[in-house]
Design a protein around this ligand. Sequence first.
Ligand code: PRF
Ligand code: ZN
Length: 373
Amino acid sequence: MAIHFELIYEDPKTGARLGRLSTPHGTIETPAFMPVGTLGTVKAMTPEELEALGAQIVLANTYHLWLRPGEDVVREAGGLHRFMHWSRPILTDSGGFQVFSLKERRRIEEEGVYFASHLDGRPLFLSPEKSIAIQNALGADIIMAFDECPPYPADRAYVEASLERTLRWAERSLRAHRRPKEQSLFGIIQGGTFPDLRRRAAKAVVSLDFPGYAVGGLSVGEPKPVMYAMLEETVPLLPRTKPRYLMGVGSPDALIEGVMRGIDLFDSVLPTRIARNGALMTSGGRLVIRNEAYARDFSPLDPACDCYACRHYTRAYVRHLLKSDEILGLRLTTIHNLAFLLRFMADVRRHIRAGTLLEFRDAFYEAYYGRMP
Ligand code: PRF
Ligand code: ZN
């Protein structure tokens, strides 16, 4: 068995779960947040730094690694773990979502997706078979079915047809998988913002018996209450004993609301991307370090944080680095945001164990958003 999921505790008050997900490259305490390393690197971080921050698993993208350097290079290097010098678990996304973000430059057919490379415009084709073959070559512990993530808003007829095709692609993904003993292939549930389509998708994907399930197609512009409602339609139809992954979600409020609806895994570029734009996630809420207000602020980025950046540098200095386009600025803000979010998830796990998750949520909302988000 490529993975084993041990359900340790279920919170009777909220639906949150504590689990232990074992993979060929080690164990993940869930609920967990996965930092994103699209190109086989979490931007600006060494694997040693990531590990010290508490990262348990990282996500990489099939589409990007296929285009550059090419999956053959990664295979020849001994697989993605060795290529990037990360010996803990890796998950690769299937490329579907990345291709669909290209909008104008693509055409979806039953066979797969025709599109133009974002690098040089050359014509490309990606299909379930192709995506799984690339993911088999990359060698991540968890790989994802090839799906379509419809935009929001989208009309019901489109979402329904897309969903049926994604279900056929899920079966083709399963049939194409060549390394089920080493890599676990997760199914993805789509269905847009239509409750009955979500339920249909969940039942159909579960009937294919994947080792884990992802909820896709959310956090694409719909209001948060709609996302939470879709989780409430979907998650109860998933088997209790298998891991559940909410794709592309990383804001603290959505993480905690997802956890309370039974989600075990999350990923998002949010903490690392906003770090490079100078936005910090702190115990008192978001802070834009480039603002003039911090020019003479010699306090730490977040007084409640014990990360390397907060122990040794001031807001004024980090602001100066970012405004001067100094590489260290990006490194320090990235270290801090990842430390913040990974600690937040460790706090979530601790409060599930202690039976105090609701109290933790309310106190966090008050401190971070000054109210309910
Ligand atoms: N499908 C895949 N990857 C994804 C998504 C999806 O729907 C999302 C949606 N938030 C993020 N990443 N394959
Ligand atoms: Zn910090």
